[in-house]
Ligand binder design. Sequence first.
Ligand code: NI
Length: 256
Amino acid sequence: MIDTHCHIDFRDFDRDRAEVIADAVACGVDRLINIGADIESSRRSLHLAETHDNIFCTVGVHPHDSKTLTPEFLKEMEAMAASRKVVGIGEIGLDYYRNLSPHDIQKKAFIQQLDLAAALHRPVVIHVREAMDDALQIIQGYAGKMRGVFHCFPGTTEQAKRLAGIGFLISVNGVLTYKNSRMAKVAQEVDLEMVLIETDCPYLTPEPHRGQRNTPAYVRFVCHKLAEIRRMDVADIDKITTRNAEKLFRLVDMFE
Ligand code: NI
């Protein structure tokens, strides 16, 4: 299994990071993609990836921190992406829920990083909250030029299908296990070829551990829930979602 979206560089893991990684492997989660969210966490993600064979990373600036995206950091991201362990640009996107950066600045940072990803031929990891219409409109302009995933998918089945049409994927996480989640309905209705699993840890802990810190090992609860929703074997869901992630992030090429 692959946890395609985790943040184990965060302070929440400072006291037991090595155990958290070992525990994930022991639970069958053999690869992790650690996601950059700002300048510092992108640097820490790259460091983790370069010091662990089974960790890959992305670099990028989250919409909350759009204000901090400088031309210097864009250059640094490009330099970091020369590493084979940087498998994408992200997380980037639009967040009109918390609105920690003004909308026009969020859009500008999103587009600058999409342009960088297109130039580097890297997939993107997209965070969207309460901004699906604007995000879809912007992404439409990159159709055919890049691939990517809308992580912690916040949209409808119809929006997911539009994304599939332009080669984009969605990822699901602990939210699947919460009561009345729209994510569960979407996960039931879309083509499995467009679905990845993730934790977004330390956030969004799946049941039955909700309320505690989330960790990559818990991606197995997401896999189990998806299997239950689709009425399929866990092993088949694991196989399909792992292959989807390997293809999107080109994890297989890495060993050829
Ligand atoms: Ni995240």
